[in-house]
Write a protein that binds this ligand. Structure first.
Ligand SMILES: Cc1cc2nc3c(=O)[nH]c(=O)nc-3n(C[C@H](O)[C@H](O)[C@H](O)COP(=O)(O)OP(=O)(O)OC[C@H]3O[C@@H](n4cnc5c(N)ncnc54)[C@H](O)[C@@H]3O)c2cc1C
Ligand code: FES
Ligand code: FES
Length: 1279
């Protein structure tokens, strides 16, 4: 080990110098900031660099000229030791509620860009990273800046709309207008390096057998590597350490930081091209490519491709060399950087430590074939190509940005344009074929001297290509990858034609998709001044706290002496447990105990959650990822490590039942939970029909992707009591289950919910088992214990939206009237029931959607499989069944050759009809809403234009679809409780029983309280006087769960009941104080109330009865139009425009409701287009258990043009204050995107005579779309 250095890391944190003695080299900056500095604004949601919630600003010396620069980075990936000598700014250093919000923060508040708030600090810090280096960013830069930040709630539109005002020319652009009064560190001149100034020096830090070494020169690095080799030490070189977001880093006792070695940070531009050092980040190469784009025809395409590599936070710090070395280490990594640089002929200069620093230049092909033992990538040179060369690259991924390639390719082709021939030495490289990028040498040779516009040449070249690049068959998506071989080759060859020689219908096949800067529009009524502040678009109460990172989530609560728990989970899906041996884990320093089903029993606790589920599996494992026990340790890191050391022996390991087909083959069903339901006579219906249409439709799992995973913190108290902080939507259930589990009366169990960082149904039932597990540990040890699931454990073991399969038979008249429906529906629910759900009869509430169909026969069965029990996911049953119904409509329309909207309108419910669930539609505006959005979206004229577009373009097609929805919600027998306290100073504290999880409940409640109490005073009651307190079961006793879209209304209703009582008590006082018709001020009123001994605390309780017109309180209608464009050769899909119209009655807060519309629609886009669960069929392991594999929509996947409106002049007599819910209905409208895609595919297929109905299941991923289009090779023309 080198003798230099100090065992200490020093850096500047939000303007203050921080010294950390003996830090653990494996600890990330994010972990340190949260756990040691209490900076809980940043969230460690995925710890994979995949979500951006942990973004902070790193300022330091980077690059050739040593200037100070600012980069937003993922603090979950950045090692703490690597920030020595730098400056770190977290969201807390940017602005605070007390010191003043930074314009970025106030903008996100003003534009309603926060819902649950978990992503918000990360969003702020990404944007801050942009404006620190560039106070007048362009709109394009702003649009691009969120490529590494995921938001599951808002749909991005409000965030982008707000941030665009900070772009050049925007109303908030320019120097910070808060600077004068602001006291946050951001306002200080952080261009100075202060106490940490200068280029960081050498550093050696050792802790627990792992040493971090920062080397200052190449010679030092070589000497270090040689010495390590001679001693048998394992060394891991790091630059950005971002590869750890993709692959778990190999264990090493030395981590060698090369980021400050001057030779490796150099860049130069010369005759040989652009040369960058082996520690230069991708972002820096991009800047060089941009600045020198004139030099080589390859530089612009390389730059454009790199824009789709990872996202800006990774590119800011992750190096090009790191990417290449990562590919070397993991041949199965489909690296874009490697593929495109290999195609561009990049060369590497390597340094050989074990050969006295000898140097060698190699191409990438050779690089991937050599050993990297003791080898350092010194330089990478991207050569200049002759102007006559065409350089083309391709990538397909599940998402536009922040997604690894499913396949990629690079082509370097020289042409003799006069002769129309390929000449010179072509280079063709494909990634995603098998391990490492592959050169297609035989195809290259074949193409030399051949015409690039001859279809026969293409066919033959494809044959050669397919023969030489044999796809790794053990990798997924073989058929798709095979189709992409030809797709990329075709596009590349066609691109060689002079622009004017490309036949017009083929041009779109080679035109690069350029996403415009997206736009949005929102429309809603101004509201009723008589009810203000109700009906005003007021920002969420905690938006400022969320934007500054001050909002606290469950895991932000600090308690002294707390312990940390990690699950031990099963690694098979169906087996008997023979033994569980925790000995090795318990021997680890810091481990306190291991809890399992056996210890739970021995301790006298109850291991059952409800009737069906064990907290820890006792004798048999039913799914991969099932909890078997809990390790409790003094730190999260130790608990995680120890959990892996628990030995579990299984016997009777069975092949798991995972799919519908598996369940059918094994006849594995929950027989008592099915449905066999009829109305009318389908036989008669079919007899009356002109046409019978039969088909099948399927939809898959969907993960909630809440940025806050399932979490609990349990604190034992005196007298056997326990306090449970849970991120739950159902505190009463948690209280009940913990009480039963601990065998404790419920008055000894207090559940508290601070706020929830996203839930979407996942925390309705699924929180209880985790709270119980955590409570067992806390009670046993009599210490506070916290259980925070990591993302993989959360995804593997916690259920998702459940998959459905529907076989349908539809009887319909020629004019599109559906007479009869016969449905066989299968649901895959997993291993056990999620409490009482699902009862398949809930299908009846939604399956008819907006259609009046006389004869029905529904047979439904629930498959029992070796998967975790599925659970509620926003719009459960509704989203899936609407998709079934609307697929049938599309199918019928296709068979009848009628426009789908005509079939929809022909069958639509009208006022006075009764739904199949028995709901009388006393008010029904389904048709009006449908017609209104049809009109406002110019559906007809755009449909016509799309026809024209499709007739002019062969391989890029468009589709448009309009879909209506009916959504019903029940609130019968849902108890909600509120406690309103007016304090002598006039401030109002409200406890209520709805959980705030981003849906804007708090602000709606406060608006109602302000309206109600404010009626007594002059000028009303300013909402600033009102605070919504955290939820506790002490007040919210035996209350309903928060879910089903109705919570905000019911919570507000209960608060109104309490406020009405207070108003009644204060009325006389108000009258007394009223002089000359002028009511008293709020202060005067309350002071007088206090003086006169009026009780200023009131409880409100509601327990609503069933609606008058049927099982549901009321019905809501909405409609949406979506236009999509599809490259049918690759399956690449873009949503051009979406128009959503929702009847929200008289909205309590239109900004909140519009936010729900936008967010739900984009979540729906994910369900219908990109979010895919894939399992290992041998052991039942979920393969897509990370942000790397599971792709929710990014900000670059939302519609180019997104218009969301609430139906004007609406009023709902059956709703609270004439309002309607908003949270779930727009979700179902997103299926219009899938249908638009399907229509585009269908429009392509007719070109090669495929007129048959083309079915499309959800999610319609790029893969499914391309395979559905199935473009025949013979159709890939050049003329
Ligand atoms: C969320 C996410 C998304 C991503 N998406 C993409 C994508 O779409 N396309 C794509 O191509 N890539 C993608 N990547 C990969 C990303 O480009 C790499 O993680 C990054 O380039 C690695 O650089 P680094 O400096 O952080 O390497 P490190 O993590 O520091 O190191 C990675 C490996 O390289 C070795 N190494 C580093 N420098 C040298 C050197 N000079 N000489 C020898 N060995 C060295 C290290 O020993 C280690 O084995 C993604 C990564 C993440 C986290
Ligand atoms: S926690 Fe760092 S990117 Fe998700
Ligand atoms: S507000 Fe973005 S994830 Fe919830």
């Amino acid at each position: 080990m080198p003798s230099f250095g100090r065992n200490r890391v020093e850096f500047e944190l939000n303007g203050e110098v921080v010294a950390v003695e003996e830090p653990d080299p494996r600890v990330s900056l994010g972990e340190y900031l949260r756990s040691e500095r209490g900076l809980s604004g940043l969230q460690l949601s995925c710890r994979q660099g995949g979500c951006g919630a942990c973004t902070v600003l790193l300022s330091g010396l980077e690059g050739k000229d040593g200037g100070l620069d600012h980069r937003s980075v993922n603090s979950c990936l950045v090692p703490l030791c690597s920030v020595d000598g730098k400056k770190v700014t977290t969201v807390e250093g940017v602005g605070s509620v007390k010191a003043g919000l930074h314009p970025i923060q106030s903008t996100i508040v003003e534009y309603h860009g926060t819902q649950c708030g978990m992503c918000t600090p990360g969003m702020v810090m990404s944007m801050y990273g942009l404006v620190r280096g560039n106070s007048e960013p362009t709109s394009q830069q702003v649009e691009d800046q969120l490529d590494g930040n995921l938001c599951r709630c808002t749909g991005y539109r409000p965030i982008l709309d707000g941030f665009q005002t900070l772009a050049k020319g925007g109303k908030n652009c320019g120097p910070c207008n808060q600077a004068a009064r602001c006291t946050s560190t951001c306002a200080k001149d952080i261009e100075e390096m202060g106490a940490c100034g200068g280029r960081p020096t050498r550093l050696v830090i050792t802790k627990d057998g792992v040493t971090w070494v920062r080397l200052a020169s190449l010679q030092e690095l070589y000497a270090f590597l040689r010495s390590a080799k001679s001693k048998g030490d394992k060394v891991r070189i790091v630059k950005g350490n971002t590869a750890s977001g993709v692959y778990k880093p190999p264990s090493a006792n030395f981590i060698a930081d090369i980021s400050e070695i001057p030779d490796l940070t150099k860049v130069s531009v010369g005759e040989s091209g652009i040369t960058i050092g082996g520690a230069v980040p991708i972002a820096d190469l991009m800047k060089l490519l941009e600045a020198n784009s004139e030099l080589s025809p390859s530089y612009e395409p390389l730059l454009n491709h790199l824009k789709r590599v990872a996202h800006h936070q990774v590119r800011n710090i992750g190096s090009v060399a790191g990417n290449l070395a990562m590919t070397h280490e993991h041949g199965d990594f489909t690296s874009d950087v490697s593929t495109i640089l290999m195609a561009a002929g990049a060369t590497l200069k390597l340094g050989f430590a074990h050969n006295n620093g000898a140097e060698q230049s190699v191409g990438l092909e050779d690089f991937f074939n050599m050993s990297l033992e003791g080898v350092v990538i010194l330089e990478i040179t991207v050569p200049i190509m002759p102007k006559t060369t065409r350089f083309l690259t391709y990538k397909v991924a599940l998402r536009r940005v922040n997604a690894h390639a499913l396949m990629n390719a690079g082509f370097k082709l020289e042409v003799d344009s006069k002769k129309g021939l390929i000449v010179g030495s072509p280079v063709i490289v494909y990634g995603g074929v098998k391990e490492y990028p592959q050169r297609a040498r035989k195809t290259e040779d074949f193409l030399v001297g051949k015409s690039f516009s001859d279809r026969k040449v293409y066919s033959k070249a494809l044959e050669v290509l397919q023969n030489e690049l044999v796809l790794e068959s053990s990798w997924d998506r073989t058929a798709y990858r095979s189709s992409l071989l030809g797709a990329f080759l075709y596009k590349a060859l066609l691109s060689l034609l002079p622009e004017d020689a490309v036949p017009a219908p083929l041009r779109s096949a080679i035109a690069e998709y350029v996403r415009p800067i997206s736009t949005g529009e929102v429309n809603f009524d101004k509201g009723d001044p008589a009810e203000y502040p109700v009906s005003l678009p007021i920002p969420k109460l905690s938006a400022g706290l969320q934007a500054t990172g001050e909002a606290q989530f469950m895991d932000d609560i600090h308690v002294g002496g707390g312990l940390f728990a990690t699950y031990v989970t099963s690694t098979v899906a169906s087996a008997a447990i023979k033994t569980i041996n925790p000995a090795k884990a318990i021997a680890l320093r810091g481990v306190v105990t291991f809890i399992s089903a056996a210890t739970v029993k021995a301790d006298g606790y109850c291991n059952f959650v409800g009737e069906y589920e064990e907290v820890f599996a006792l004798s048999r494992v039913q799914y991969y990822g099932q909890p078997l026990g809990l390790i409790v340790a003094d730190s999260k890191r130790v608990a995680d490590e120890a959990a892996k050391l628990v030995d579990v022996e299984y016997t009777d390991i069975q092949k798991p039942i995972l799919t519908f087909d598996d369940a059918i083959a094994a006849n594995s069903f929950f027989s008592e939970r099915g449905i066999d339901w009829k109305t009318g006579s389908t036989k008669l219906g079919f007899q009356e029909s002109d046409v019978i249409v039969e088909g099948q439709v399927e939809s898959g799992h969907q993960y909630h992707h809440h940025l806050e995973t399932q979490r609990s913190l349990c604190i034992p108290g005196e007298d056997n009591s326990i306090e449970v902080f849970s991120s739950t939507q159902n505190p009463s259930m948690v209280q009940h289950c913990v009480g039963v589990g601990l065998n404790r009366p419920q008055h000894k169990v207090t559940v508290k919910v601070k706020r929830i960082g996203g839930a979407y149904g996942s925390k309705l039932n699924r929180s209880a088992c985790h709270a119980m597990a955590c409570a067992f540990a806390a009670d046993k040890l009599q210490k506070p214990v916290r259980l925070v699931l990591d993302m993989a454990t959360n995804m593997q073991g916690v259920g998702a939206r459940s998959p459905y399969r529907c076989n349908y038979k539809v009887g319909v008249s020629k004019d599109g009237h559906i007479k009869s429906l016969e449905l066989n529906i299968l649901n895959n629910h997993g291993a056990h029931f999620d409490f009482e759900n699902p009862d398949m009869s809930s299908i009846l509430a939604f399956i008819d959607n907006t259609y009046n169909i006389p004869h029905w026969d529904i047979n439904g069965k629930i498959a029992r499989t070796n998967l975790p029990a599925c659970t509620y996911m926003r719009g459960p049953v509704f989203v899936e069944t609407v998709f079934m119904m609307e697929t049938m409509i599309e199918h019928v329309a296709s068979v009848l050759q009628l426009p789908a909207d005509v079939v929809r309108e022909a069958n639509m419910y009208k006022a006075g009809d009764t739904t199949i669930a028995g709901q009388q539609l006393t008010q029904c505006n389904a048709k009006e809403v449908f017609s209104a959005v049809k009109e406002s979206s110019s559906y007809e004229s755009r449909s016509q234009k799309i026809k024209e577009f499709n007739s002019e373009n062969k391989f890029v097609k468009r589709g448009i679809s309009i879909v209506p929805v009916k959504f019903v919600a029940s609130w019968a027998a849902q108890q909600f409780i509120a406690l309103v306290n007016i304090y002598p100073d006039g401030s109002v504290g409200i406890h209520q029983s709805g959980c705030e999880m981003g849906q804007g409940l708090d602000v709606k409640v406060a608006q109602v309280a302000s309206m109600s109490l404010g009626s007594l005073v002059d000028g009303g009651l300013d909402m600033a006087n009102i605070r919504i307190n955290n939820l506790t079961t002490t007040v919210a006793n035996n209350v309903a769960e928060s879910g089903g879209s109705v919570t905000s209304e019911l919570a507000a209703m209960s608060v109104q009941v309490a406020c009405d009582k207070l108003v009644k008590r204060l009325k006389v006082t108000s009258k007394m104080l009223t002089t000359l018709n002028k009511k008293p001020s709020w202060q005067e009123l309350i002071q007088s109330g206090v003086d006169n001994g009026i009780d200023l605390q009131a409880r409100g309780r509601i327990y609503p009865s069933a609606g008058k017109s049927g099982p549901f309180q009321y019905v809501s209608f909405g409609a949406g139009v979506t236009e999509a464009e599809v490259d049918v050769i690759t399956g690449d899909t873009r949503i051009l425009r979406a128009d959503i119209l929702l009847d929200c009655g008289k909205s309590l807060n239109p900004a909140v409701d519009i936010g729900q519309v936008q967010g739900a629609f984009i979540q729906g886009l994910g369900f219908y287009l990109s979010e895919e669960y894939r399992y290992n069929s041998d052991n039942g392991q979920l393969i897509t258990d990370s942000t790397w594999e599971y792709k929710i929509p990014s900000s670059k996947d939302i519609p180019h043009d997104f218009r969301a409106s609430l139906l004007p002049n609406s009023s709902n007599p059956a709703g609270f204050l004439r309002s309607k819910f908003s949270g779930e209905p727009p979700y179902g409208l997103a299926c219009s995107a899938l249908f638009a895609v399907r229509q585009a595919v269908a429009a392509a297929r007719v070109q090669w005579g495929e007129n048959k109905w083309c079915s499309m299941s959800a999610p319609a991923t790029v893969e499914k779309v391309a395979l559905a289009a199935n473009v025949p090779v013979s159709f890939l023309a050049f003329s």
